[in-house]
Ligand binder design. Structure first.
Ligand code: ASP
Length: 416
């Protein structure tokens, strides 16, 4: 397991820094097109490779994990703790975001002129995709949707909650039938699980190159002028994210687990780096699972349940970002939000973040739901598109860290 430990971490970090440097050079010397055409595909190939293993990994490891859980009550307990942790940390994340945005008022100083300029700079990318986000199904639909009518379709379409549901049912039932019937099935999936983990290791040796390619493309694309105007807003989001990680996760680990806070942050670093460069908690999932099991000592049973679920529904970074962004956009449009409206933001951002897929830019799409809930103009999304990618990278790191912290806390509470 040295692969995911320090040696690889250092290489990935070097890849990241070299990517930043290369991207800046490409922007300055005018060879950004070369980076987009020839370097970026290397990064995309890396992302596709790790995404490739997500579904078989989730299914096989979850099935193997639950089949050895012969106590269904224990399973219910793990599920309840996981959900409670995810919900509480998400609410805290939004509150931190709202607090900072109200105190620091990042949108208050923007002139009418700057606002028009920002909207125009990203105008064509705005609004269109967000209309679809608003046609969200009801809570009943969402819950019903967790049950697949056709498990094969769930696999083909990559519907993570349905896959989790089917894997859990299969795993539980394997534990309920005679062992001479269940053993061959479990053995088979244990084999599949090992193969996939081997695959993750091999793919991870490419991580430094993938990260280099992804980051250089982001940096080469970055409009520094837009960043400058939005610097205050970006800093408020980033400060919120840092506070959330430093306070909430550190305290949770310290109070509710037997692990040292330092060990936790050191163990989860490889996953954070991949989340940062891929801006996707789903694509990072195989690495998060590996880090949780091998570096943080989380039992497979818990990691294989809590982490895929977290990568699908637990998005603290996204929720915090949505809180700050809503207040920011409202401030730019000169709207004063009442206490009731802020409460609405908390409620809708919890739901929006749960509905956000763990893929790049998913959070900015579901932001439309939050804006709409309190009548902030959707065009406001165009204001923040200039810095979207970099904030996406940062919030994905927090999303992944939150999932892992939950796995560690739940694992510790079960090991008494
Ligand atoms: N990219 C984020 C993630 O995968 C989701 C978002 O867009 O906020 O975790």
């Amino acid at each position: 397991m040295k692969l995911l430990k320090l040696q690889l971490y250092t290489k990935v970090l070097i890849g990241l820094l070299a990517g930043v440097l290369f991207g800046v050079l490409a922007g300055q010397l005018g060879f950004s097109d070369f980076v987009f055409s020839y370097i970026k595909p290397i990064g995309l190939a890396f992302i596709k490779l790790i995404s490739m293993v997500v579904i078989p990994l989730v299914f096989a490891s979850l099935l193997v994990g639950t089949s050895s859980l012969n106590d269904i009550r224990k399973f219910g307990r793990i599920g309840a703790k996981t959900m409670a942790y995810y919900l509480c940390t998400t609410v805290i994340a939004i509150c931190i975001g709202l607090l900072l945005a109200n105190m620091l008022r990042p949108g208050a100083g923007l002139s009418e002129q700057t606002r028009t300029k920002l909207i125009q700079s990203r105008g064509e990318e705005s609004v269109a995709p967000f209309d679809t986000a608003l046609k969200k199904p009801t809570i009943t639909d969402i819950l019903l949707n967790i049950i697949p009518t056709n498990p094969i379709r769930a696999f083909v379409e990559g519907r993570m909650l349905q896959i989790i549901f089917f894997a859990l049912m299969t795993g539980i039932c394997l534990g309920l039938i005679p062992s001479e019937r269940s053993r061959p099935v479990i053995d088979f999936f244990e084999g599949v699980n090992d193969v996939i983990i081997k695959m993750v290791h091999i793919i991870m040796t490419l991580a430094p190159y993938g990260v280099f390619a992804l980051i250089s493309a982001v940096v080469a694309d970055f409009g520094l002028d837009v960043l400058f105007v939005l610097i205050k807003y970006s800093l408020v989001v980033i400060a919120g994210l840092v506070l959330h990680v430093a306070i909430v996760y550190s305290l949770a680990i310290k109070i509710f687990s037997k692990q040292k806070v330092r060990t936790f942050f050191r163990g989860i670093r490889p996953a954070q780096l991949i989340a940062f460069s891929s801006a996707s908690s789903s694509a990072t999932l195989p690495v998060t699972m590996e880090c949780a099991e091998k570096n943080l000592g989380v039992p497979g049973q818990i990691a294989s349940f809590a982490l895929p679920l977290g990568a699908t529904i637990n998005m603290d970074g996204t929720a915090l970002y949505q809180g700050v962004s809503t207040v920011f956009i409202a401030q730019v449009y000169g709207m004063n939000l009442t206490g009731m409206e802020q409460l609405t933001i908390v409620l809708t951002a919890v739901l929006a973040s749960i509905g956000t897929a763990g893929t790049p830019a998913a959070g900015v799409i579901t932001l439309a739901i939050v804006l709409k809930s309190i009548g902030v103009p959707l065009e406001g999304i165009a204001l923040i598109m200039g810095v979207e990618r970099i904030l996406d990278m940062c919030r994905s790191v927090v999303n992944v860290t939150g999932d892992a912290s939950c796995a560690v806390v739940v694992a510790s509470s079960e090991s008494k």
